[in-house]
Design a protein around this ligand. Structure first.
Ligand code: ZN
Length: 161
């Protein structure tokens, strides 16, 4: 897939892309957000069911490249049960990792398989797509996000909520 990515990382990404976790729609009243990455053609519909401040359940449907599918799959595993604040922090850490390659980000766990993505700037948006959708779904009020808008806006920062 990407020769510079560590072989083990590639294997994890390939496996999640082939067998995505939480690949399902959630019934109402879960919030649904459509995410688009026009540069690559990735589309994801992300469903988030909140329980107070926490993500009780999450699922996604859609189609896209291997990176976008694997990232959505692993993102859903990473945010289930987490609070808004924890997810905002994970978003910031993940964004920093895929844009700079810094892979010592605390708390990213398995998500560090995407650290090599920073070498492929076009792929950063594939990796970020599901995360942008997750933030939008958590916050509510937005039904669609595009990586083209999202990457120009300041990333969501925690701490103010
Ligand atoms: Zn893509």
């Amino acid at each position: 897939m990407f020769e510079d990515l560590d072989e083990l990382y590639q294997e994890v990404i390939r496996e999640h892309s082939t067998h995505p976790r939480n690949f399902r729609a959630l019934p109402s009243p879960a919030r649904a957000v459509d995410g688009h990455n026009p540069l690559c053609g990735d589309q994801v519909r992300l469903y988030v069911a909140m329980d107070g401040d926490r993500v009780a359940d999450v699922g996604f449907t859609g189609q896209g490249c291997a990176i976008s599918r694997a990232s959505a799959s692993m993102m859903t595993e990473a945010i289930k049960g987490k609070s808004r604040e924890e997810i905002r922090r994970a978003f910031d850490s993940f964004h920093e990792m895929v844009t700079t390659g810094r892979s010592d980000a605390k708390g990213l766990g398995k998500l560090t398989v995407f650290s090599g993505v920073h070498k492929y700037p076009v792929r950063v948006k594939c990796a970020m797509l599901a995360w942008h959708a997750a933030i939008a779904a958590m916050e509510g009020g937005v039904a669609e996000v595009s990586t083209e808008q999202a990457e120009e806006a300041p990333s969501p920062k925690g701490g103010e909520a």
